[in-house]
Design a protein around this ligand. Sequence first.
Ligand code: GDP
Length: 302
Amino acid sequence: MITVLSGGTGTPKLLQGLKEIVDPSDLTIIVNTLENDYFSGVYVAADIDTVLYTMSDLINDEFWYGIKGDTFITNEALEKIGCPELLRIGDRDRATKIQKTILMEKYNLAKACEIQAKNMGLECKVIPMSNEHSEIKLTTDIGELPFHEFLIKHQQKPEVLDLQFSNVSPAEGVIEAIKNSQAVIIGPSNPITSILPILSLEGVREALKDTYVVAVSPIIGTDAVSGPASKFMKALGIEVSSIGVASLYEDFLDNIVIDDKDSNLCDEINQIINKVTITNTIMNSLGVKKNLAQTILDSIPK
Ligand code: GDP
């Protein structure tokens, strides 16, 4: 079995390649839940839904959010009656979120995901990192901001001075999946808000030390390919480069995959991580996604 640690943009791109070359029944995806919250009366687990939609080929992969071709009738109706949504939720996507909310009244998030994955015909396992709610505190140059207000209303523009999140417990299956895997892949997701929350779960770093772990860097040169990762890394005093990414995972990482453009960093990263793999990591086509996935699989000891 291969386990993948995922957020909601960079790693899902890799999953599109991976699922073409790996039997999905051999895949477990542990997904970040840091950003989960209630919006418009429904529970929004954006990264989980992105992974579910990616694995079932429903994802709107222009935005890495929601279902492709979705309509926005309810969203527009809410706006008209004076109830505008911070998160623009599509109609079919809202149905998924309503179902998850209903299932969570009866079960927990992990069980709700299991049921939804099965309903979507998925053979892979999709596990939330935790069933518990995470508190996230973001301090910016314009004051403390709720995370989604920073992302959406303020379009990630404020300078980030500090970011802290509460520790939560791993959901059932998280530690077991890591321990029973031939390898764990840390996809090119935001190291601070997508991967660190998973690594902060009790027992995860220890379990990773006993497993072969390969990570793909989401940073090329001195910036993230997209999103606010570089702002968050800076706020925590971490160098914004693949060297900074390697330093975050150095206690358990066996191999880091960096982009061709960063080949000059190889020697320096080698002082932190034993193996550095250099390839094209800009996943702008299915071909690149499959090649990257194959390169990762080829690096796993047989
Ligand atoms: P979020 O949950 O929406 O924040 O998404 P993730 O955490 O899964 O992914 C965000 C990260 O993906 C960003 O830091 C980007 O730099 C990275 N990313 C997005 N596309 C690519 C890509 O094609 N290649 C690489 N290497 N990183 C990417």
